[in-house]
Design a protein around this ligand. Structure first.
Ligand code: AMP
Length: 191
């Protein structure tokens, strides 16, 4: 299986690059952000609980997202692999993911870490706010999300670096050029 963790700060282009990866490699896309937004839209209990945290730019509790991912993995028994987008965002989530995948006799193939400078991120997120109207793309929430990222999520890169699985990708430039960098980085794993 090809199991990819797509990593990077909010606004790095994880969603855009995921879509391109899916079409080329036929993987199942698991985005905890999308799953949580669906729960909110359906006004489920989980969605209602997550709403205030998401709108404050805070991470939702580990057990909530770990449970959602476990359910998704078990409901795709024939997947050729998964793209994890926006998950794991804490070291505890990364450890739980390793344990879950081991139950299926598989593991993470690599982490693609997309790097973009903070000024560029903020301007991309504000532009996305105009286009998509996401409730958590306001200036105050963006600051809170970047803080959560720096405090809680950055250590996840060290976790995968420690397993020799981190592939750093320059995330600035045209979408196609960034995707080419990703394909080049993945070439040794997909040949
Ligand atoms: P995203 O669309 O990935 O930027 O996620 C939007 C929001 O959903 C985040 O700012 C968090 O509040 C929440 N969220 C998404 N994924 C996770 C995760 N793996 N752990 C905790 N919170 C998450």
């Amino acid at each position: 299986m090809l199991n990819i963790v797509l990593f990077g700060p909010p606004g790095a282009g994880k969603g855009t690059q995921s879509e391109k990866l899916l079409s080329v490699f036929g993987l199942v896309h698991l985005s905890t952000g999308n799953l949580l937004r669906a729960e909110m839209a359906n006004q489920t209990e989980l969605g209602l609980q997550a709403k205030s945290l998401i709108e404050a730019g805070k991470l939702v509790p580990d057990e909530v997202v770990i449970g959602m991912i476990a359910k998704q993995i078990s409901s795709h028994p024939d997947a050729k692999g998964f793209i994890f987008d926006g998950f794991p965002r804490t070291v505890a989530q990364a450890q739980a993911l390793d344990t879950m995948l081991a139950e299926y006799h598989t593991g993470i193939s690599c982490m693609l870490s997309i790097a973009v400078g903070e000024d560029e991120l903020i301007s991309r997120l504000l532009k996305r706010a105009e286009l998509e109207g996401r409730a958590d793309d306001t200036p105050a929430t963006i600051q809170a999300r970047l803080k959560e990222y720096n405090d809680k999520t950055l250590p996840v890169a060290d976790y995968y670096a420690g397993q020799n699985k981190l592939l750093a990708i320059n995330g600035v430039g045209a979408v196609e050029d960034i995707f080419k960098r990703i394909q080049d980085a993945l070439a040794p794993l997909t040949a």
